[in-house]
Ligand binder design. Structure first.
Ligand code: ATP
Ligand code: MG
Length: 499
């Protein structure tokens, strides 16, 4: 057996109102990829933050290569050789890619290390070459897509040449090709003896990349198993500990002829090229395609978040002129962004405010005062409906686990009661149990007469949820499929149909 790099025992961590970790243990060996799985809020990120000195443990012991260590801050972890790619991206948007990678590297042992632009750009380029990543080190991070930002985070962690590398949901925003690239890098590092801790909600990845899996549930350690000796169903079972909602049957095409949204010849620069389609009442219209196909751009254009060059949009037969998201909401169109941190949430505010505040007109009572009993009741309703894991409605959103933050964004849009909802990657970062709850919710919304556009990069999700599927490639619509004729292969054909 290979050397044990990290051993954690009896780890305890409490936050106000939350027992986040209770008697947790974890072992990582050199040269293994060790997956860490569990539902949203199970404690995965917290355990890793204890290991990397972001949080102080309340009790328990950590051993590094057999010696007991204290890890009081992130610097101490870094010095031991432990690097982490956090779930929520931590880049400085106004700095360049290269500056982000080399930021905060203090001069060591008195030697002054001056950040020379040319030098860091050069070094970054070398790093990207190793990753087969085509990206200019001088670009500002704010100009990058979420996927590219994630690749920059990965590059940054790699640049430390650590012996332990923790990846907290590294693939949640990556395309299949980028994931393949990441796996290649992971295998390369593993073969060099690096120990890798891999957190993911994509169950199919576990079989592809991990050697062992540790399962957590409700802040507790459940078990560690060798991946080859266990089925995915068994892992899900350990994670969830209960039966989950399953619709194996795909949604049939709707026979509704009632067109609620019609988009005609939409154009915007090189991102959107002559896009036309319609959406019917009660329909879930899937938008498939590779990263960068232009799906988010179309959504943002319809929602008035970006201006368009030309094109027409009709809602229930009436031509509308959307100049801003405010206009879109007035026309009954809602958009759940894929980038929840930037557009979706006020992280410093509590759960209740995030769900209801953007819609507070709905809660104005006597003398224009906000009716707090009403806001509370409505927020609680959605917290229950979405099983948002939070100690109370007053918890600040930044303290929720990643998946639960995503659910808050969904709750916020449910309050608005829009007839047309655009969901952009609605289940990204969401665990299997919660995913099926969201699927059920989407189906219920459609059945109650709402119309939904669902952008998703997960083909099984597109196939399972859509009544009809539109495929995009390089800004154009390259195909439309009924659920009867849709297969992963056919979607991929259209998704790669370049001009
Ligand atoms: N700083 C904090 N303050 C208060 N509570 C916190 C804090 N950090 C985490 N928690 C709580 O601890 C629990 C575990 O959260 P954690 O982020 O570790 O979950 P996770 O397993 O990473 O979930 P996800 O898959 O959604 O990312 C959750 O109930 C969360 O709300
Ligand atoms: Mg997490």
């Amino acid at each position: 057996m290979d050397e044990v790099l990290v051993l954690m025992e009896g780890i305890e961590k409490r936050f106000p109102g939350v027992h986040a970790l209770s008697q947790c243990q974890f072992e990582l060996r050199a040269g293994e990829v060790h997956a860490l799985v569990g539902e949203n809020g199970a404690g995965k990120s917290t355990l890793m933050k204890v290991l990397t000195g972001v949080y102080k443990k309340d009790a328990g012991r950590i051993f590094y290569k057999g010696k007991e260590v204290e890890i009081p801050n992130p610097r101490a972890a870094q010095e031991l050789g432990i690097s982490i790619i956090h779930q929520e991206l931590n880049l400085m948007p106004h700095l360049t890619v290269a500056q982000n990678i080399f930021i905060g590297r203090e001069p060591r042992k008195g030697i002054k290390f001056i950040l020379n632009e040319n030098e860091i750009n050069e070094k970054t380029k070398e790093l990207f070459e190793m990753m087969h990543l085509d990206l200019d080190p001088r670009i500002r991070v704010s100009d990058l897509t979420v996927a590219k930002q994630q690749m920059v985070e990965i590059a940054k962690a790699l640049s430390y040449n650590s012996e332990v590398l923790i990846m907290d949901e590294p693939t949640s925003a990556l395309s299949d090709a980028e994931i393949e690239e990441l796996f290649r890098i992971i295998r390369q590092l593993r073969d060099k003896g690096v120990g890798i801790i891999y957190i993911s909600h994509r169950m199919e990845e576990l079989k592809q990349i991990s050697d062992r899996v540790t399962v957590m549930r409700d802040g507790r350690y459940i078990d560690t198993v060798r991946t080859e000796e266990v089925t995915i169903d068994r892992i899900i079972n350990m994670m969830v500990g209960r039966e989950i909602y399953e619709t194996s049957r795909a949604n049939p095409e709707t026979n509704s002829q009632d067109v609620v949204l019609e988009v005609k010849n939409l154009n915007r620069g090189r991102e959107i090229k002559d896009v036309s389609f319609n959406l019917k009442k009660g329909e879930i219209l899937g938008f498939a395609g590779l990263m960068g196909a232009g799906r988010t751009e179309v959504a943002r254009a319809i929602f008035g978040a970006d201006p368009i060059d030309s094109g027409e949009i009709y809602v229930k037969g009436k031509k509308i002129n959307i100049k801003s998201p405010g206009d879109a909401v007035k026309c009954g169109i809602g958009y759940l962004s894929e980038d929840r941190k930037r557009y979706g949430l006020a992280l410093g505010m509590d759960v209740e405010s995030n769900i209801v505040l953007a819609n507070f007109e709905k809660f104005l009572g006597f003398l224009g005062r906000v009716n707090t009993a009403k806001t509370r009741a409505e927020a609680q309703l959605h917290v229950d409906e979405l099983s948002i894991k939070t100690p109370s409605l007053q918890q600040k959103v930044k303290y929720l686990s990643g998946g639960n933050q995503q659910k808050v964004v969904i709750g916020k849009w449910l309050v608005r009661d829009c007839d047309i909802l655009i969901f952009d990657e609605p289940t990204r970062g969401i665990d299997v149990g919660a995913k099926s709850e969201i699927y059920k919710l989407l189906n219920d919304l459609a059945e109650s007469g709402k119309s939904i556009i669902m952008i998703s990069s997960e083909l099984p999700e597109i196939l399972r949820m859509s009544h009809r599927i539109i495929v995009m490639c390089e800004g154009r619509i390259t195909g439309e499929l009924s659920t009867a004729e849709a297969t992963q292969e056919r979607i991929m054909q259209y998704a790669t149909m370049r001009e």
